[in-house]
Design a binder for this molecule. Structure first.
Ligand code: NAD
Length: 484
C-alpha cells in the first residue's frame, strides 16, 4: 500500500492537517489501495504562492521548449502505462483495458499540445493609421486552478493541464478525492519530464475545503472545472463575484435516435456500448434511446441480445467486460434511480439488480440495466444517473424522437442511426448538443476536436484541440507607431 504526499513547489510535502485519506478498491472495498493527504486551505495558499512565483519564468520560456517537456511527459506516460492504469483500476474500478486506453490517450493529448508550442499565437492586422504596425498576441492568464472529476482520472486532468501549460500558465490541480493516487502518479510523470518547480502543483483533499480555496483565492486567474452541475453552479457564482475566468464541463443525458432505415445490429451494439462502457460513468454515456414504433420490438430484442454478452466483475480480470461503479456513493445513487424507475412505472427489460455474493467480494457491482415503457416525464429519462442504465422510449417518427431528445436541460452529445442523408443533416442542424454523431455512439473524443456541451452541460467554452487557446489565454492588442 502506498502513501502519496502533495506535490507543491517541486517537492513532495505533507498537508498541514496531519490526516490521511484512504482509498478503497470498489471491486473489493475491504482492500485499501493507498492513502493521500487531506489538505487544508493553508496548503492551497502555499501551492498558489509557488505557482505564482513559477509563472514569472515559465511564461518567458520559449513555447517550443515548453512543448519539449510535454513531449517527454508523453513518452514517460507511455512507458508507465501498466503501472498508472493498474492504480486507476484499483482506485476507481474502471477495467484495466479502459484505464490503459485512457493513459495512452493522455500521451496523445500531451503530444498534440507539445506541437501547439510551434503554432501562431497572434495576427498582424491592418491599421487605419499607415504609420502603425497593429497586431494581436495571445498571452497566458497566470495561475490556473484545475478541478477534476474521478471518472477520467488521467485524460481529463491532462486535457486541462497540457493546454494551460503550453500557453504559459502555471497550475494548481485538485483531483477528485476518489482518484488522488492516480493523480500523484501523473504529477510524478511531469516531475520526471523536467517541469520546473512550482509550474504544476498537486493538492489532494475535499471539494469543500481544497476545491473551494482554489476557487476563492485572489491570486487565481482562471478556474477550469469538470464535474457535476451542482458544484459547477457554485463555482460559477464565486468566479463571477471575483471576476475570474471560468470554464465548466458538466453533466449529460445523452440521447440516441434509431430510425427504421438504420443498420439495427450496429445501432443496438453501439447503444449498449455507449451506455455500458466504463459502467455508464462517462459524461457522454448514452442514457436514453428513442426508437420509432415500426422497429421497436425488433430493436428491443437486439438490445437484449447485446447486453446479455456483458460479463460484470473486477476490471483487473481480462474476461470481464464491465467493472463496478466507482464508490459506495455511486452505488447508492444508481440503485436508487433503478428503484425510482420501477416506482414510476417503467418496466425492467434486463438487469436491475445489485450483484452480491462471494464472487463479487462486497464490491459495488450493478447489473447492466435496461428499462422500457419509459416516458420523457420520468425521473430516469430526465436526470443524469451516471451508471449502467438505459431508458428505451417508443416514438411515432423522427420528428417526435428529435423533439423528445432535445427536451432536456442537458446538451452534451447525441447520436442518430439512419441511412437517410436528409434526416442526418437535419439532425446535425437541429439536435441541441455540443457533439453530434451519425451512426456512432454518443461517447468518444479526439484530442484535436473541440469537446463540450450546450445548454446546462457547459459554460459554453470548449476543451481540447485549438479551441482550448480561447480559454487558457487572453488577447493583447499592440500598436507600434513609427515615424520614419
Ligand atoms: P463533482 O462535482 O462531485 O466533483 C468534481 C470535482 O469538484 C472534484 O474534484 C470535487 O472534489 C470538486 N468539488 C466538490 N465540491 C466542490 C466545491 N464546493 N468547490 C470546488 N470544488 C469542489 O463531480 P464528480 O462526481 O467527481 O464527477 C461526476 C460528474 O462529472 C458527472 O456529472 C459527469 O457528467 C461530470 N463530467 C462531465 C464531463 C464533461 O466533460 N462534460 C466529463 C466527465 C465528468
Amino acid at each position: 500500500m502506498s502513501h502519496y504526499l502533495n506535490y507543491v513547489g517541486g517537492e513532495w510535502v505533507a498537508a498541514t492537517s496531519g490526516t490521511k485519506h484512504e482509498h478503497f478498491n470498489p471491486a473489493n472495498p475491504s482492500v485499501c489501495v493507498g492513502t493521500t493527504e487531506n489538505s487544508t486551505s493553508e496548503d492551497v495558499d502555499q501551492a498558489i504562492i509557488e505557482a505564482k512565483q513559477a509563472f514569472v519564468n515559465w511564461k518567458e520560456m520559449s513555447p517550443v521548449a515548453r512543448g519539449e517537456i510535454l513531449r517527454k511527459a508523453a513518452d514517460l506516460l507511455e512507458q508507465d502505462v501498466q503501472d498508472i492504469a493498474e492504480m486507476a483500476t484499483k482506485e476507481m474500478g474502471k477495467r484495466l483495458v479502459e484505464t490503459k486506453g485512457e493513459v495512452l490517450r493522455g500521451a496523445m493529448i500531451l503530444r498534440y499540445y507539445a506541437q501547439e508550442g510551434m503554432r501562431k499565437m497572434g495576427e498582424l492586422l491592418p491599421s487605419m493609421n499607415p504609420q502603425n504596425t497593429l497586431y494581436s498576441m495571445r498571452v497566458p492568464l497566470g495561475v490556473v486552478s484545475c478541478i477534476t472529476p474521478w471518472n477520467f482520472p488521467v485524460a481529463i486532468p491532462i486535457w486541462k493541464m497540457a493546454p494551460a501549460l503550453i500557453y504559459g500558465n502555471t497550475v494548481v490541480w485538485k483531483p477528485a478525492q476518489e482518484t488522488g493516487l492516480t493523480a500523484a502518479k501523473i504529477a510524478e510523470v511531469f516531475e520526471k519530464a523536467g517541469l520546473p518547480k512550482g509550474v504544476l502543483n498537486l493538492v489532494n483533499g475535499s471539494g469543500s475545503t481544497v476545491g473551494n480555496a482554489l476557487v476563492e483565492h485572489k491570486d487565481v486567474s482562471a478556474i477550469t472545472f469538470t464535474g457535476s452541475n451542482q458544484v459547477g453552479r457554485l463555482i460559477a457564482s464565486k468566479a463571477v463575484a471575483t471576476n475570474k475566468k471560468f470554464q465548466l464541463e458538466l453533466g449529460g443525458k445523452n440521447p440516441v435516435v434509431v430510425l427504421e432505415d438504420a443498420d439495427l445490429d450496429l445501432a443496438a451494439k453501439l447503444t449498449v456500448e455507449g451506455t455500458m462502457k466504463q459502467t455508464g460513468q462517462r459524461c457522454t454515456a448514452t442514457s436514453r434511446v428513442y426508437v420509432v414504433e415500426s422497429i421497436y420490438e425488433q430493436f428491443k430484442e437486439k438490445l437484449v441480445e447485446k447486453v446479455k454478452e456483458i460479463k460484470t466483475g473486477d476490471g483487473m480480470q481480462e474476461d470481464v467486460t464491465m467493472g463496478p461503479v466507482a464508490s459506495s456513493k455511486q452505488f447508492d445513487t444508481v440503485t436508487s434511480y433503478i428503484a425510482k424507475g420501477t416506482e414510476e412505472g417503467a418496466n425492467i427489460l434486463y438487469g436491475g439488480k445489485a450483484l452480491k455474493g462471494e464472487e463479487y467480494s462486497g464490491g459495488y457491482f450493478i447489473e447492466p440495466t435496461i428499462f422500457e415503457n419509459v416516458t420523457n416525464e420520468m425521473t430516469i429519462a430526465k436526470e443524469e444517473i451516471f451508471g449502467p442504465v438505459l431508458a428505451v422510449i417508443k416514438v411515432a417518427d423522427y420528428q417526435e424522437a428529435l423533439d423528445q431528445a432535445n427536451d432536456t436541460m442537458y446538451g452534451l452529445s447525441a447520436s442518430l442511426f439512419t441511412s437517410n442523408l436528409d434526416k442526418a443533416f437535419h439532425f446535425i442542424k437541429n439536435s441541441e448538443a455540443g457533439m453530434v454523431q451519425i451512426n456512432g455512439e454518443t461517447g468518444g473524443a479526439e484530442p484535436q476536436a473541440p469537446f463540450g456541451g450546450m445548454k446546462e452541460s457547459s459554460s459554453g467554452t470548449r476543451e481540447q484541440g485549438q479551441a482550448a487557446v480561447e480559454f487558457f489565454t487572453a488577447y493583447k492588442t499592440v500598436a507600434i507607431t513609427s515615424f520614419l
